[in-house]
Each structure stands twice: as structure tokens, then as C-alpha cells.
Design a protein around this ligand. Structure first.
Ligand code: FAD
Length: 503
């Protein structure tokens, strides 16, 4: 790797240090110098917060064809069948690899324990330390990647743009807020592993880094963005003043937790799908005028919360809520982006030398809705596949212009997030979506001499909000995570949305 005070040249640039980026870096290291960037600390990612688990058809009574069927069913007619087959077929191998690298999944009597989750027809979910699965997988992958001489990490390096030359991506521009400087990083192949876009919404379970930068920068570079209107909302995020929107896993409802309104009445089937439960909560909130509903685990047996859900129990306790005695205030929140940067089965986007893997990508495995616990798996499977394809690329000249015009939306983050929540959220309609498009489009753009990371993030969030609103407006049906109150039925034919910047 060659670095001067102004630029860096490496073979492979990986933008993002979640499961997708880390898994890719491990494979890339055998073929050249790899630089892994993270916008914040190396550990601030959705991967670190994933509680539920990782799915793979590994148990004795399971088969990859059953995992395939369950995934297709959840995707509501919009999955790419070949992508799904790839995910489920390669799932068992990547789990074995993780075990080999030291991942400590939960066991009983030495045997792996396979849990069950809604919409999975078999017990196939592996957990680690109860509800810290993503953290354990990230720890394992990070330790492996950091042990390889060819892998370097750079934290607090926010990528703002992709570097373009001759119609190809030749690396990216990273912003160093401390010195108000942007550095070009040149590479023969670039992987976007920037995660999700939940922060575009007022209510979200996603970490602060999930501002959709990867989608926005690849859209600017001309990439096709596919199915971006499909956002999964999780029904039960903790809704407590001063606390983050911490996820209260659906395993709690699976284990018998009740949803109650402020009067203590149950109002929905707790075991219905995420979308149905989310809409039921929103309806009940609007009917009763309460700020939130309640998830009640107070009837669980002694020790269940403490031992089966230690992270949830301890986190709530930290915010003064003892779940063995008090129900938790909950509200739905944006949780997962099914769509993103369109890729083929090897992570290649529609722009040469640009790859994408993990939540930022739209491989087609999730279709219109994600099957729980398939996203960590997708990150690992497609992170490895993208790396294999990246190594086939020949060396190229280190060049590319840093985009000069720096204009940023003149609006606050909270205004933007409220607009998307209100008009592009759980229940959408034509009027609201038109409002979102016109408000976001007409935001004045201002020049800034001293831009901050927040300015760049706001620029991404506005673009992603616009893409979601436009695609949701064009989709006159309800399917998977996309619900239109004015078109509540599913159309006879399933079509993908595709948005790209016009030249
Ligand atoms: C609370 C929660 C619980 C979840 N539970 C589960 C679960 O149980 N099972 C499951 O399968 N999935 C779960 N998910 C989803 C899953 O965690 C994510 O889809 C997955 O971890 C995404 O991995 P990733 O590598 O694509 O991105 P992430 O893990 O989000 O990593 C993104 C990386 O990109 C970096 N980055 C972003 N923008 C930039 C930029 N501009 N410049 C430089 N770096 C950048 C970030 O710093 C970070 O390092 C959960 C998600 C959340 C939020």
C-alpha cells in the first residue's frame, strides 16, 4: 500500500467494517493490499447490534431446499430465485468457516443449538451468547482479518464520493473531519459494504452510521438502485425518552410476550408477520392517542429474561426498566432495507469495478421482504463472493477526479427524518408520497466552506429519501414491506423497481 499525506493507493478498497466488508477483506488479503474503511469506530455497525441470529440449513432435520422455500415465501414474489439458491446453498459452508475461525455459537452438550423463528419452517437459527450473535460474528471476522498482514483498517474515514475515471470506479474519496480534508484512495476494485439506511427515518433501530451513503454515492456514479421502496419496519423498538431505539427481538413475542395498549388490553395477534404487527400498533396508537404501545413479559417464568435475553434485559435495566416487573413501551421503527445497489451474484454493480455486498446491496435474496436472520448470512456469503470476483480484475491506473462542487441540503436532519417517517413509512399513499418528493426536491442546496460529516450524511439521506419516495410512488400495489393504503392489493405481476441517474 502506498500512502502520501494526500492520497493512498491500494489493490482493494473495502468501504465498511461490518460482516460483509470484513468477510470480503479476509478473502481479498491473499491477492493484494486491502484497505478497510469505517465511518466511525470499527465497531459501530448494524452487524454489532444484530441480536436475533444467523440462519443456515445445518441441522439434521433441515434441508437447503426448505430454507430456499421459506426465503422465497417471505420475499412475496420478488426474490431472484438464483440468488436465493446461492444464499441457502453456501450458507452451511460459511457457518463452518466461522466456526473454524473461532465463532462461539451457543451449544448444549457440545452440540450446536438451532433455534426457531417466525416464518422459518425448521429450527435453523444459530445464536451466540443468547442475543449477541452479530457481535460474535463481527468479533470473529475482525480477529481473522486483523491477523492478515495485507489488511489495514482506517476508522473515522467517511467516504463521500466514488472516484471515477474512464467510466469506471477507481476508488473513493474519504473525508477527514479533523483536518477538513478529503483524500483520494485509489484501488483496482472497490467494495461498498456500507450497510443500511434506517437513519433516513425518524424511528429506527439502526446505528447512526446507517445513513444510506453507499446507495447515494453509487447513484451519483450512475449505478442502478433496485427495489429501494422495500423497507422492513420492526414492530417493537424500545420507545423510552433518552434511550436509543433498541430492538426488542421478536423472539420475545415468539416466547409469549403480549402487546397491550395503555389500558392493558391486547389488540393484535402477536405472532403475525412484522408488517401486520407494525401496522396494528400504528393503528392502535392513532386510535388511542398514546405515544406508544407496551410489550409485556412480566408473566415469563423466573430467570427467563435474565438468561434467554441477557442483552435486552440488561440494556432495559440500564435505562431504569425492569422487564420482569414492567412492560416495555414500544413503537415500530425502520429496521432493514431489502433494496439497494443492484448487483449480480458476484456482487458486481452496473458500474465497472464497483462491487456491493451486505445490506447496501440488492442481490435479490430478500425480494419484497426479508426472512429474519437471513441478512447476516447474506453479508457473509456475498461478501466472500464479491471478493472472489474482485480478485479477477486486472490492475488499473491510479487516477480519478475528486468531485469539486460541494453543495448540501439546507434542512435539519430531524426535519428530513420526520418527512420520510410520515410519508414514506409503514403506510404510504399517493398524496403523502407526492408531498415527500416535492419537499425533498425543493430543499435549497447551499455551498459550505467547512463541511462536516453530518453535512455529507444529510446529502446522502436526502437522496435516499427521494429514491424511496419516487419508487414507492411508482409502485401502485402493496407487497412485502411496501404498503399503500390507496392500493392495498398485490399486483398480478411482480416487477422490480430500477432507478438510475439520467446522464
Ligand atoms: C438492531 C438490529 C438487529 C438486527 N438483528 C439481526 C439478526 O438477528 N439477524 C440478521 O440476520 N440480521 C439482523 N439485523 C440486520 C443485520 O445486522 C444487518 O443487515 C447486517 O449486519 C449488515 O451488515 P453490513 O456488513 O452490510 O453493514 P453494517 O454492519 O451496518 O456495517 C456498515 C459499515 O459501513 C461503514 N460505513 C457506512 N457508511 C460509510 C461511509 N460513508 N464511509 C465509510 N464507511 C461507512 C460503517 O462505519 C460500518 O463499518 C439487525 C439489524 C439491527 C439494526
Amino acid at each position: 500500500m502506498r500512502a502520501t499525506s494526500d492520497s493512498i493507493v491500494c489493490d482493494y478498497l473495502v468501504i465498511g467494517a461490518g460482516v460483509a466488508g470484513l468477510r470480503a477483506a479476509i478473502s481479498l488479503a491473499a491477492h493484494g493490499q486491502v484497505l478497510v474503511l469505517a465511518k466511525d469506530t470499527l465497531h459501530e455497525s448494524a452487524s454489532e447490534y444484530a441480536q436475533g441470529g444467523i440462519a443456515a440449513a445445518l441441522s439434521d432435520d433441515d434441508e437447503v431446499t426448505l430454507h430456499e422455500q421459506d426465503t422465497l415465501q417471505a420475499g412475496d414474489g420478488l426474490c431472484d430465485p438464483e440468488a436465493v439458491r446461492t444464499l441457502v446453498a453456501e450458507g452451511p459452508h460459511v457457518i463452518e468457516e466461522l466456526l473454524e475461525w473461532g465463532a462461539e455459537f451457543d451449544r448444549e452438550g457440545g452440540e450446536l443449538v438451532f433455534g426457531r423463528e417466525g416464518a422459518h419452517s425448521r429450527n435453523r437459527i444459530l445464536h451466540a451468547h443468547g442475543d449477541s450473535t452479530g457481535k460474535e460474528i463481527s468479533r470473529t471476522l475482525y480477529r481473522k482479518a486483523a491477523s492478515l498482514a495485507n489488511v489495514r483498517f482506517l476508522s473515522f474515514a467517511a467516504v463521500t464520493d466514488l472516484l471515477m475515471a474512464d467510466g469506471e470506479v477507481r476508488g473513493a474519496v474519504a473525508f477527514d473531519e479533523r483536518y477538513q480534508k478529503r483524500h483520494p484512495i485509489y484501488a483496482r476494485a472497490t467494495l461498498l459494504a456500507t450497510g443500511g439506511l434506517g437513519r433516513v427515518y425518524k424511528e429506527t433501530t439502526n446505528p447512526n452510521v446507517a445513513t444510506g451513503d453507499g446507495v447515494a454515492m453509487s447513484w451519483r456514479a450512475g449505478a442502478v438502485i433496485r427495489d429501494i421502496e422495500f423497507v422492513q419496519f420492526h414492530p417493537t423498538a424500545l420507545h423510552l425518552d433518552g434511550a436509543p431505539r433498541f430492538l426488542l427481538s421478536e423472539a420475545l413475542r415468539g416466547d409469549g410476550a403480549f402487546l397491550r395498549n395503555a389500558a392493558g388490553e391486547r389488540f393484535t395477534d402477536e405472532l403475525a408477520s412484522r408488517d401486520v404487527v407494525s401496522r396494528a400498533i400504528v393503528r392502535e396508537i392513532s386510535r388511542t392517542g398514546s405515544p406508544h404501545m407496551f410489550l409485556d413479559m412480566t408473566h415469563f417464568g423466573p430467570g427467563v429474561m435474565e438468561h434467554h435475553f441477557p442483552r435486552i434485559y440488561q440494556t432495559c435495566l440500564h435505562y431504569g426498566l425492569d422487564l420482569t416487573r414492567q412492560p416495555a413501551p414500544v413503537h415500530p421503527a425502520a429496521h432493514y432495507a431489502m433494496g439497494g445497489v443492484h448487483t449480480d451474484l458476484n456482487g458486481l454493480t452496473t458500474v465497472p469495478r464497483l462491487f456491493a455486498a451486505g445490506e447496501v446491496a440488492c442481490t435479490g435474496v430478500h425480494g419484497a421482504n426479508r426472512l429474519a436472520s437471513n441478512s447476516l448470512l447474506e453479508g457473509v456469503v456475498f461478501g466472500a463472493r464479491a471478493a472472489a470476483a474482485m480478485t479477477a480484475l486486472k490492475h488499473c491506473e491510479a487516477k480519478g477526479e475528486i468531485p469539486r462542487t460541494e453543495v448540501f441540503p439546507a434542512m435539519t436532519e430531524s426535519h428530513l427524518r420526520s418527512i420520510t417517517w410520515e410519508h414514506c413509512g409503514i403506510s404510504r399513499n399517493e398524496e403523502g408520497l407526492h408531498t415527500a418528493v416535492s419537499v425533498l426536491r425543493s430543499v435549497p442546496l447551499e455551498r459550505r466552506d467547512e463541511a462536516t460529516r453530518v453535512d455529507y450524511e444529510l446529502r446522502s439521506m436526502r437522496r435516499v429519501g427521494l429514491l424511496i419516495a419516487q419508487a414507492a410512488l411508482d409502485r401502485r400495489e402493496s407487497r412485502g414491506g411496501h404498503y399503500r393504503s390507496d392500493y392495498p392489493e398485490k399486483a398480478a405481476t411482480a416487477v422490480h423497481s430500477r432507478l438510475a441517474r439520467s446522464a
